[in-house]
Design a protein around this ligand. Structure first.
Ligand SMILES: [Mg+2]
Length: 260
C-alpha cells in the first residue's frame, strides 16, 4: 500500500502566505511617511491601500518582463507622491524608492507560525512545493529569510518558468516536479483569484489563507485558514483537507508531530 506521504503533497504561495510582504510594505510606507510630510495627510493604512492599487496596476508588467522590479518600485513611489500633490523627478523618485526599500528589507520576516507549519509537514513526510509569481532572485531571498528553503522540494517561480498564476500550467509544472497528482495535492495561498481559483482550474484542492478575514469573494467556498498559529490546528486543517480530497475510504495515516 502506498504511504500517505507519497500520495499527498502541499503547494504554498509565498508572498503573504509564508513571507510577510504586508508587514515589510507597511514598514516601508511608515518610513516614507515619517520622512516626507506630503504623505502625512494619510494614515499608513490609507497609504497601503493606495500603494496596493499601484502595485496591482504595475505587477502584470513586472511579471511580463516589461518592467524590472526596481523601476516598478520607483514608479509606485512616484505615483504615491503624485497622488499627494508632489511631482518627483526620476532621481528623487529613485531616492525615495530606495528609502522605502531599505525599510522594507530591514523588516523582512515570515508570517508568524508559517515556518513551523511547513517544517512539520515536511518532517511528517509530505512533499512541499512553492508556487509564486515574481522575479527569481527576490523570491529565493524571501524563502531564505523565512528559513523554509530546506523544506521546499519544488520551487516554481513565474519568471523562471514563463507562466504566472492563475494560469493552471504553473501548478502542473509544480506537480510534475513533485511527482504528485492534482487530486492528491492542496494549494494554499492568500489570493483567491491566483491561488484558489488557479489551483482549482488545474484540478487541485485549495485552501484560502485569509489572514485579513475578508469575506469570501465567491459563493463557492473553500476551506480557509486565518492564522498559522496554533501550528497543530493549522496542520490538522491542511491534512484534513488533503485527505478529504481523495475518494472516501482511502486510508489515511494517523498524523503525529512533535512541536519544536
Ligand atoms: Mg500571495
Amino acid at each position: 500500500m502506498e504511504s500517505t506521504s507519497e500520495r499527498h503533497a502541499f503547494l504554498f504561495d509565498l508572498d503573504d502566505t509564508i513571507y510577510d510582504h504586508r508587514n515589510a510594505c507597511l514598514c516601508g510606507l511608515a518610513a516614507l511617511r515619517s520622512r516626507y510630510s506630503a504623505l502625512r495627510t494619510s494614515s499608513v493604512g490609507e497609504l497601503e491601500v493606495e500603494y496596493d492599487t499601484f502595485l496591482n496596476r504595475l505587477h502584470p508588467l513586472t511579471l511580463g518582463g516589461q518592467l524590472d522590479p526596481q523601476t516598478a518600485r520607483r514608479e509606485r513611489v512616484r505615483l504615491l507622491f503624485s497622488s499627494h500633490g508632489e511631482d518627483l523627478s526620476a532621481g528623487e523618485a529613485h531616492r525615495r524608492a530606495s528609502a522605502y526599500r531599505a525599510a522594507y528589507l530591514a523588516s523582512e520576516r515570515a508570517i508568524p507560525g508559517a515556518p513551523a507549519v511547513i517544517r512539520a509537514l515536511s518532517q511528517a513526510g509530505y512533499p512541499i512545493g512553492v508556487v509564486t509569481n515574481n522575479a527569481v532572485r527576490g523570491q529565493r531571498r524571501k524563502l531564505k529569510v523565512c528559513r523554509v528553503d530546506q523544506f521546499v522540494r519544488a520551487l516554481v517561480i513565474s519568471q523562471a518558468v514563463g507562466v504566472s498564476k492563475p494560469n493552471p500550467e504553473i501548478f502542473r509544472i509544480a506537480l510534475r516536479r513533485l511527482g504528485a497528482f492534482p487530486r492528491q495535492t492542496v494549494m494554499v495561498g492568500d489570493s483567491f483569484e491566483s491561488d484558489v481559483r488557479g489551483a482549482q482550474a488545474a484540478g487541485l484542492s485549495a485552501i484560502w489563507f485569509n489572514r485579513r478575514c475578508r469575506p469570501f469573494p465567491s459563493k463557492r467556498r473553500v476551506t480557509e485558514i486565518r492564522a498559522w498559529e496554533p501550528m497543530r490546528s493549522a496542520v490538522r486543517t491542511l491534512i484534513k483537507t488533503s485527505t478529504s480530497a481523495l475518494a472516501e475510504g482511502s486510508p489515511a495515516r494517523a498524523w503525529a508531530v512533535t512541536e519544536t
